[in-house]
Every structure is written in structure tokens, then in C-alpha cells.
Design a protein around this ligand. Sequence first.
Ligand code: IPM
Ligand code: MG
Length: 358
Amino acid sequence: MKKKIATLAGDGIGPEVMQQALRVLDAVAARFNHQFEYLSAVVGGSAYEKFNSHCPEETLQVCKKADAILFGSVGGPANEQHLPKWKNCEAASILQLRKQFAFNINIRPIHIFPSLTSISPLKNELIDKGVDILIFRELCGDIYFGKHEMIEENKLRTAKDEAVYNEEQIHCIAIAAFEAAKLRGKKVVSVDKANVLATSKLWREIVVEIAKQYPEIELSHMLVDNCAMQLVLNPMQFDVILTANLFGDILSDLAAALTGSVGLTASASLNAQGFGLYEPSGGSAPDIAGKNIANPVAQILSAALLLHHSFGMVAEAQAIQDAVKQTLQAGIFTKDLVRGNQSAVSTIEFTHHIIKLV
Ligand code: IPM
Ligand code: MG
């Protein structure tokens, strides 16, 4: 197959981990006889430097020409947030792309690798039977895309953020979650705050309606505060988690932390037409950028998700996932995964091991 991939490496560790993902994709292309053409474009602070915009029109045009988007990470150091280059950088780049392409479905797989249970912050007995959760987060609605305002009310500085959901948005993400559950543990936990929020009441109503089409799936509802607690107390109970934009943002970070390193989790954002953007769940980690120590796993697994969801290359995606698993099983770790007196390999060397196994 011949495919075009837009590569938006971004800031911080983005460019170096992107480079590793492309090395892995090249190895897959050689083994499975595909041709991948990479269309590189700027985003985030690096785009601002060149175009005075975090998500310039030039970049959107490149994305439109591609069959899928592989995204790195954006954002700058905490002590430089006041600079125009970094001010509002994340929202202006990634939220812009989500809105532009209507990426309503966000999938965040949370997997604790058996070889890495010792670096999970959880006790071993809580995860020993394996943690394998798929989080489905709605990505284009909720409080993220409602009206945001800072006003003066009764002589007090006041801020308002509007949360909006329509039934179509909920329907779309719920169907995606139920379809995925059919192919795995057949359990969906829908997470909301229906004891308080109108958006959550509608959420629950729609999810219950859709569940009727899926009698083989066991649906349960969980309030978001309880879900945060359950993820820590008993993460093995979860199969598919279905939730709204803001809750999904928070719960997916919590769940990613359970794996032991934010450098391990990838994500896919899809629209109704099946066009997708793939990115690591973690941030740009400017403090370790350019040192050849960053963990490339999240970016490499994002490339695997891209092959699977955008190109239907299931065996190719599996080959990457297996290579990552085997590399970790062999005790080959980047710095973030090392504990005690174990030694770490560099970003480039780690990828080299994966490539040998692809
Ligand atoms: C994420 C990020 C973004 C979000 C930020 C950078 C706007 O935290 O993808 O989870 O909140 O969605
Ligand atoms: Mg987040």
C-alpha cells in the first residue's frame, strides 16, 4: 500500500521521538512491502516561531493532503509560559486540529506491561491479573468547546465556562465504545456526573438507549469521582470506559500514571469519516528534550494505532506492539523505566531493539 502520513513533531521531545516512530514505520514498510510518504509540518511553539500561529493554515493544508496525521507533542517549559510562543500553545494547536477535523472519538489504551508491573505506583496484587483498559473520550464537545468568558458581575471578577452536549455527539462516541467492547471484554463502564450535571443526564439517557442495540455488552454507570477512586483501588475491573471530554482528560492521565511512565501511552483521535490523528498521551517534556533519553514508546505505539485504525493494517500494527512488548520483556529500558541500579539505554538505542524485532 502507498500512504501519505502528515508528521507534526511539535516541541520538546516531539521531534526526537517522532524520528524514532518514523524509523519503526520504515522498518514496517520494508517488511510488509508498503510505501509511506511523510509530509512534515510545524505545530505548537515551533510553528509560532515561523508563522506567528500555533496551528498555521500551511499545516492544516498538509494534514488535508495526508491519509492520517502522526502528532508529536506541543508546549514549552513552565517558566516560559508568559512568552507569546508558549502562551495558550496547547489549546491553540491541538484543540484547533480537533475542531478543524471534527475528531470526536478519542481512544486511549491503558496497558500495564507485565514486565513493568514493578514500576506501577500500585501494589502488585492490584494489577497482577493484567490491566488492559480502553478509554473512549468524547473530544469535540463539553466544557472544552462551550463559551468561555471572563466578565464582571456584581462588581466581582467572574468567569464562566459553558458545557454543551447534543445527542449526536454522545451517540457517536458511545457507538464507537460499544463496537470496541464487542471485540474484547464485552463490558462498558459509562462515566458521568449524572447526580449533578444536565449534560451527564443526557449522556446517560443516550448511552442507555444505545446499549439496547448491544445485548451482549454489559453496561454499567459510574460517577466520575467514584471512577477515579476505582481506577486506583481496582483497575482490573475495567474493560472499556466511555466518558465525556473533561472527565476523559482527567481519568486518562490518572490511568496513564498507573502504567508507571507517561511515556508509554498512545492515543487515537478519529472523526466520523475515519480520518485520524495519533499522538502520545504525555506532554512535550522540555526538561529532557534533545538529550536522547526520552521514552519513544508512546510515539511508536501511536504509529501502530495509526496503521491499525487509518490503514486497516492490523498485522503491521501488531508487529510493532509485539516488538515493543518483547523489548521491554528483555529488560531494555529508557531512563524513565529504570529503577534501582538497572541501566538505561538511549532513545535511539531503544528504538534500534524494536526495529530488530519488527
Ligand atoms: C490531552 C491534553 C489536552 C486536553 C490539552 C493539551 C488541551 O491534556 O490531550 O489530554 O486537555 O485535551
Ligand atoms: Mg490531558
